[in-house]
Design a protein around this ligand. Structure first.
Ligand code: LLP
Length: 424
């Protein structure tokens, strides 16, 4: 469920009409709903708690939406943060999320990043390979401490979905095999720079069926039991993220309640602290990209292009993954739908959000909303074609605030420098 509904013929976010935001901030702009963020976090937490899964750590995947105000909204509810860079750790800390609730994942952490994590008390460093484990140990010892680590396992299951976001097959770059995990865990337990606390996996994103997750989780449970059988302490099992969301053109994916019930079933009797790294399921449907129609360009043979002021640099998912986003006019006209290609102004054909989409009739000046754009939207935006980085707005009831302002062209140019041999 989300809080973007028609109210008096106009699409609103909670109690704020999107026209008001467009007038105040301009377009394109991302708009997020506090109520939806809070609801999604709470629904997941309650589902896990109601299934008797203890007091799980829900570490929101910062890569899906890294705005500090969004992170604080979730942190205030008790969320932790799953991070993949020093920048993301800094964002989580700036949002007030304590180090012990921060998880640090990623296949290519640098020594500097590991040192930063250790000095800021990051609670779980997810080690993805043997050399990385040794690096963590070296850095920790040089700082006179121990790195609290979990070993990331690649469970070699196929999660379905888009190949670019599948992570759990053995030919993907993530994690180690089960046998390596056992060997590394035992090694880590005898290493002065390491404190292994658990194991972790993450098999992909936008996973709509529970079967691949269940297959991976059963294998992870087996690993925990084998490690314990060898006398090794395993406190935590981090089951990653990946649960899909409805993008409107597909069967409804498994719900958080189904997900929690499946975990309770596969983990029955296993005494461990669970951790999760959800991103998309919390923030995707909590955000939209609001854009204005610049022109309706009609070819003589009939194809109609709705040219927007948003482009692939603002929302890259359709160009990159052929992703489907529902497009809703803010003030939908009555009458028969019209078939449009919805495109941006960037100079390449890939800057096409959708082809042959039936929409209520559009006209220049109309506002349209790309739904389900709260995850992997603003975070993947760029300045391609020297377009200003897209701003972000957070709504809370009848209030809204700009949480990332639109930069100015002066800001954009000021970041660059002229070498002395080119100075005038
Ligand atoms: N944990 C790890 C280690 C991950 O790699 C990811 C996502 C997550 C958690 C969160 O997954 P989620 O719950 O959001 O599915 N840019 C792509 C998605 C890339 C996902 C990468 N990893 C897209 O726009 O669909």
């Amino acid at each position: 469920m989300n809080h973007f509904e028609l109210s008096g013929g106009e699409l609103a976010c909670e109690d704020v009409g999107l026209t008001t935001i467009a007038q105040a901030v301009g377009t394109p702009v991302y708009v997020y709903s506090t109520a939806t963020l809070e609801r999604h976090y709470t629904v997941l937490r309650d589902a896990l708690v109601n299934e008797g899964l203890g007091d799980p750590l829900i570490a929101f995947a910062v890569k899906s939406n890294s705005n500090v105000a969004v992170l604080r909204t979730l942190g205030n509810l008790g969320a932790g943060a799953d991070t993949v860079s020093e920048g993301e750790i800094r964002r989580a800390l700036a949002a007030g999320i304590p180090g012990e609730r921060i998880v640090f994942s990623g296949v290519g952490k640098t020594e500097g990043e590991i040192a930063f994590a250790l000095t800021n008390g990051v609670g779980e460093i997810n080690v993805e390979s043997e050399p990385e484990m040794h690096m963590a140990s070296r850095v920790a010892q040089s700082l006179g401490t121990r790195a609290t680590i979990a070993i990331r396992v690649n469970p070699d299951v196929s999660a379905g979905g888009h190949a670019k976001i599948s992570t759990g097959k053995s030919d993907n770059k993530f994690g180690v095999s089960f046998s390596e995990a056992e060997r590394l865990y035992a090694q880590a337990s005898n290493n002065a720079g390491l404190k292994p606390v658990g194991v972790t996996c993450h098999i992909g994103s936008q996973i709509t069926h529970l079967a691949p997750l269940e297959e991976a989780f059963v294998k992870m449970r087996g690993l925990v039991e084998r490690l314990r059988g060898e006398g090794l302490a395993v406190e935590r099992l981090d089951l990653g993220g990946g649960l899909g969301v409805p993008y409107f053109n597909m069967p409804t994916p498994a719900s958080p309640a189904d997900y929690a019930a499946m975990i309770a079933r596969t983990m029955r009797g296993l005494d461990v602290q669970f951790a999760f790294e959800p991103g998309r399921m919390i923030c995707a449907n909590a955000g939209i990209l609001l854009s204005r129609v610049q022109h309706i360009h009609e070819r003589p043979e009939g194809r109609k292009f709705a040219v927007l002021d948003a482009a692939m640099n603002d929302l890259i998912r359709p160009a990159m993954y052929d992703a489907y986003h529902d497009i809703r006019p803010v003030k939908p006209r009555a009458g028969d739908p019209v078939t449009y290609d919805v495109v941006g102004p960037i100079c390449e054909t890939g800057d096409t959000f959708t082809r042959d989409r039936d929409l209520p009739r559009l006209a220049a000046g109309d506002l349209v909303a790309f739904m389900s754009a709260g995850a992997y939207g603003a975070v993947m935006s760029s300045e391609y074609n020297s377009r200003l980085l897209v701003p972000e707005v957070l709504v809370n009831g009848d209030r809204f605030a700009v949480i990332r302002p639109r930069p100015t062209y002066e800001d954009m140019l000021a970041r660059e420098a002229m070498p002395d041999w080119l100075e005038a």
